[in-house]
Ligand binder design. Sequence first.
Ligand SMILES: Cc1cc2nc3c(=O)[nH]c(=O)nc-3n(C[C@H](O)[C@H](O)[C@H](O)COP(=O)(O)OP(=O)(O)OC[C@H]3O[C@@H](n4cnc5c(N)ncnc54)[C@H](O)[C@@H]3O)c2cc1C
Length: 406
Amino acid sequence: MIDFELSPEIERTRQMIHMAAENAMRPIAREYDEREHEKPWDFLNMMWNVSRSSAVSFGGGDKEKKAGPSTRFMTTTVAIEELSWGDAGLYLAIPNAGLGGAAVAAAGTPEQRQRFLARFTEGEPKWAAMAITEPGCGSDSAAITATAVRDGDNWVLNGEKIFVTSGLMAAEKSDGFVVVWATVDKSAGRAGIKAFVVEKGTPGMTVTKVEHKHGIRASDTATIVFEDCRVPFDNILGSPEVPKTTEGFKGVMATFDATRPAVAASAIGIGRAALEFVREALDKAGIKIRYGVAPKKLTTLERDFMDMEANLQAARLLTWRASWMMDEGLRNSLEASMSKAKAGLAVTKVTQKAVELLGPLGYSRKYLLEKWMRDGKINDIFEGTQQINMLIIARRILDYSSKELS
Ligand SMILES: Cc1cc2nc3c(=O)[nH]c(=O)nc-3n(C[C@H](O)[C@H](O)[C@H](O)COP(=O)(O)OP(=O)(O)OC[C@H]3O[C@@H](n4cnc5c(N)ncnc54)[C@H](O)[C@@H]3O)c2cc1C
């Protein structure tokens, strides 16, 4: 049976998060866009208390992996859409296991999941981050140059990672950690790439820069340098062996199966905020969108509006499907990329069109619409750009390897 309704439990969570988004996020959204790098501690502490005591894991990281179907991912997806409707920058700043936690959940052993993730249900607010991107490598993760060399009971990490979301909070300002992708054998290509957990404050790990950004300015994005940074041997996620195939790398890549639907949900939340703003502005001007009218009788504005609505709806259905598959324990790499590609493009188009339709109202800093246009774009860049996700989709549908279709 196909059911597109949210369960009463998820709907209750959605309503609760929506109230928080409306009452605690919207009122401070502009302020923390302008006061980049400052932290809204009252809001962050409140969300930490909500997140650690509920089924929701705001960053897409699964706090604990349970056997059998659950509704954790669907709940999280729905919550992220609401939070991003409130403010995407603030949502990304919420203390949680985030991308780092998603990597541990996807590639770690049960012991590692317990060791690294249990902290997100207790004590003071904490963050975890994931560091893949380097000055010379973004989309092509096989080009990673950061190294991990075994030395007795340690791994010694060297390299520079850029654009690490929540990097500052995870590496220095809380009892969190950073998951670092590095190669243990450059000659093995992708098969040699492994993920390592580096605990906050580990000597040799230094935050050297926090970015000034176009959008999502409430979220910190850091450069982190690793210089002879020693981590315990068992902080390597999964097996330390370098396999003959890229199977090991696929394990690390599985992180994206969880995080791409989360990014897609965030995109949809921002797009929805923009669409609602346009509808309200049109309402005030006495313009109603006429549904059910023959296409040839629609105005251009009505066509544009319906197109925006349809794109967001389609993106949401793909996102829910990818999240539902995670909950069912089904492999969803294709669907996760589909949701991310669709939603990333949808939010870019929807927010730009919204600004275009409303003119000065959309461009003025008096309202949040111009901000949503800036915030939305990141969803088409991180966790695999639009082009990279389209490439992944094509490879999977056509059954081509990354060598055959690059
Ligand atoms: C605000 C922000 C937060 C981020 N957070 C994180 C984080 O937490 N952790 C992390 O590791 N990284 C993070 N990133 C980095 C992000 O994931 C990368 O920017 C992204 O993967 C693209 O890599 P790149 O910038 O090196 O671009 P490139 O890989 O150099 O790509 C440049 C352009 O070429 C296109 N392109 C590349 N290869 C192909 C191809 N084969 N076919 C067609 N087109 C192609 C891309 O789509 C893009 O349009 C963040 C970035 C930003 C801006």
